[in-house]
Ligand binder design. Structure first.
Ligand code: ZN
Length: 265
């Protein structure tokens, strides 16, 4: 069984199950033992539904969609997207990643980026189309690179300010690809900017769709070539080398950062 995403909006298709979001959190259905993040019926939420529910694909053969609430009018637990992703299998991950990005696109493209007028949906596409000038805004996908840098039996790991002072989690150097840049150039630039190091033997490994909020993470492996560690301290609070036999706390297993580390340790 798997997740089969629709290639565009199918307004006539109803969903058999719904993912419901409220204030960025997923509303849990305590009555659904099979998958407590899915609801079979939207009726009791109807007054609080923000915009037209979106059917996004087929999960385990059942049509499935996503909807966002303006208020939560029933007693229900909620869970963060990140927490649910961390306990999901790859099929559910695919659904969550796709549906959340479609919802984000719908929210971010409610108005035309060219003329500022309202947009509307278009059957058969995920684009939002300007009702005035016809501009098509497709779901945004932002390419990011992430790289495991190794030096013999050691790997380069960093800590970010954004994870908070209390965090002991170590991760990999990553960053967005700039306009006009190749993914490989972005890896070299990010590592040099953030750590002062130069790389050799850079090669692509695999990628992961990352719904915070619409990244495509492209994972690389590279070897240390030259340079001394110089921390870029606006973003990072630590960078250092760790032996593969003695790693510190690492990102959760479902993340591409962890998958890149796991092929080395
Ligand atoms: Zn327009």
């Amino acid at each position: 069984m798997n997740y089969l995403p629709l290639q565009g909006l199918q307004p006539e298709l109803n969903a058999q199950c719904w993912l419901i979001l409220f204030e960025g959190q997923i509303v849990l259905n305590g009555e659904n033992p099979e998958a407590n993040f899915l609801w079979y019926c939207l009726k009791r939420f109807e007054p609080a539904i923000k915009q037209v529910p979106i059917v996004t694909g087929y999960l385990h053969g059942k049509s499935v969609g996503i909807v966002e609430l303006s208020s939560l009018t029933i007693e229900a637990d909620t869970v963060s997207v990140r927490a649910l992703l961390s306990v999901s299998d790859s099929t559910v991950y695919s659904f969550l990643s796709h549906a959340l990005q479609i919802l984000t696109s719908r929210r971010e493209h409610a108005f035309c980026g060219c003329c500022g007028q309202h947009t509307g949906e278009k059957e058969g596409e995920w684009a939002m189309v300007c009702l005035n000038c016809g501009h098509h805004a497709y779901p945004r996908i932002s390419p990011c690179v992430i790289v495991l840098v190794t030096r013999g039996d050691e790997m380069l790991l960093v800590q970010h300010h954004r994870h908070g002072k209390a965090s002991t989690m170590h991760t990999l150097v990553a960053g967005f690809v700039e306009p006009g840049e190749s993914a490989e150039e972005a890896v070299h630039r990010e590592v040099l900017e953030e750590t002062g190091l130069k790389l050799s033997n850079l090669h692509y490994c695999f990628s992961q769709s990352w719904p915070f909020s619409h990244s495509l993470m492209m994972g690389f492996h590279a070897e240390y070539k030259s340079g001394e560690l110089v921390l870029e301290d606006e973003e990072l609070c630590f960078a250092g080398w760790f032996h593969r036999d003695n790693p510190p706390e690492l990102p959760l297993e479902f993340t591409i950062a962890r998958k890149l580390v796991d092929i080395f340790i």
